[in-house]
Design a protein around this ligand. Structure first.
Ligand code: DSN
Length: 415
């Protein structure tokens, strides 16, 4: 950052400080990761300087001959990796991608369905404060009170009663595998479009560590910066099943992104997505994706030994949702103490949480970023011990902080 340091030392200093923070602590927010230097080089490239409204072969600006090749490469890599016939790689992130899906297949006022935010869903899946509930009639489903698994019979009942145009499936705090086949059958039985938002698990799907929704859904949306380990960004994919239901679906999605919802795509971001998609197609990435899940399961097993209460009893993916009520500490306090110790997790609502959303009873943690640093099951045991020490007594924070600093030296960030 020699040039930045010279020209704007304040910003350079903040980047240096954040780099040091990441190096010396454990990033365990399940929606975060450490991208590769190659991804970051593409993201920081000269491609940020151009407008490229339109799509390859049909642009509204001049000087774009290399950008067409680049966007085609990115789309082809997405199609190959996720085995879909169509991909749009222009969404700025997950929320714009989801907004474009609504725009493509619904009219304002249509009925849509999604997993409620406090049950582990996402704002854009029809939560009351979001556009998806303001412009559409949103019906929200939840998880089962005992098992914490998606309540498939409730989804079926609500779908039959409300005949939604679109059903969104996906989550931000769901530690279990989705039954895509069952969800596909429910959507088909009422003639709804089914969109799988795989933002959290895209890397697991790409690496074969979670079943792919592609054979069972019409549309797949994702971000690119979570388990997929790319730059901040989004994608929308249309499946064979989607094209069979609606031969114009791919065109509708493209039109909804541009000119419907966005202007010029961020081509530096598209380039960086292309790089991450190439990385995600390697056998090393497959191993990585499977290790994320092994680590999450190991961490869950260790935390249970310390009598941590895990929502759904454990995990089958990259994340754990912990109900802290038996530990007599709230989510916000646990988040702050763990951050002080060098473990970055986030406070999170648990299903049927009696506490308000800003002071929830739980915390959410995940293994994508620490797995990128090379940590395995052995290290999960150590981390679980630290989490227990910190949650058991704030007195342990300083000691744990020092141990984590030392420990992190053995696991450098990708360089
Ligand atoms: N903000 C993301 C997460 O943390 O899960 C969801 O978009």
């Amino acid at each position: 950052m020699a040039k930045l340091k010279k020209q704007d030392s304040q910003i350079a200093k903040l980047i240096d400080l954040e780099t040091e923070r990441q190096k010396t602590s454990l990033e365990m927010i399940p929606s975060e990761n450490h991208s590769s230097p190659a991804v970051r080089e593409a993201l920081g490239s000269i491609l940020t300087d151009k407008y490229a409204e339109g799509y390859p072969g049909k642009r509204y600006y001049a000087g774009l001959k290399y950008y067409d090749v680049l966007e085609d490469l990115c789309r082809d890599r997405a199609k190959k990796l996720f085995k879909v016939p169509h991909a749009n790689v222009q969404p700025y992130s997950g929320s714009p991608a989801n907004a474009a899906v609504y725009m493509a297949v619904c009219e304002p006022g249509d009925t849509i369905m999604g997993l409620a935010l406090p049950m582990g869903g996402h704002l854009t899946h029809g939560w009351k404060v979001n556009f998806s509930a303001k412009f559409f009639k949103s019906v929200q489903y939840g998880v089962d009170e005992k098992t914490h698994l998606l309540n498939y019979s409730e989804i079926e009942k609500l779908a039959k009663e409300n005949k939604p145009k679109l059903i969104f499936v996906g989550a931000t705090a769901y530690p279990r595998i989705f039954d895509w086949k069952k969800l596909g059958e429910i959507a088909d039985s009422v003639g709804a479009y089914l969109a799988a938002d795989i933002a959290h698990i895209a890397g697991l799907v790409a690496g074969g560590a979670h079943p792919s929704p592609v054979p069972f859904v019409h549309i797949v949306t994702t971000t690119t910066h979570k388990t997929l380990r790319g730059p901040r960004g989004g994608m929308i994919m249309v499946t064979e099943k989607g094209l069979k239901k609606d031969p114009d679906l791919a065109k509708k999605i493209d039109k909804a992104i541009f000119p419907g919802f966005q202007g010029g795509p961020h081509m530096h971001q598209v380039a960086a997505i292309a790089v991450c998609l190439k990385e995600a197609g390697t056998s090393a990435f497959k191993k990585y994706a499977n290790q994320i899940v092994k680590n999450a399961k190991a961490l869950a097993g260790e935390l249970k030994k310390y009598e941590f209460n895990l929502i759904s009893g454990g995990t089958e993916n990259h994340l754990l949702l912990v109900d802290l009520r038996n530990k007599y500490i709230g989510g916000p306090e646990a988040q702050d103490l763990l951050e002080e110790a060098g473990i970055t997790i986030n406070k999170n609502t648990i299903p049927f949480d009696p506490a308000p959303p800003f002071k929830p009873s739980g915390i959410r943690m995940g293994t994508p970023a620490i797995t990128t640093r090379g940590m395995k099951e052995k290290e999960m045991k150590i981390i679980a011990g630290w989490i227990n020490e910190v949650i058991s007594s704030p007195k342990n924070v300083r000691k744990v902080r020092e141990e984590i600093k030392k420990f992190c030296k053995k696991f450098p960030l990708p360089e």
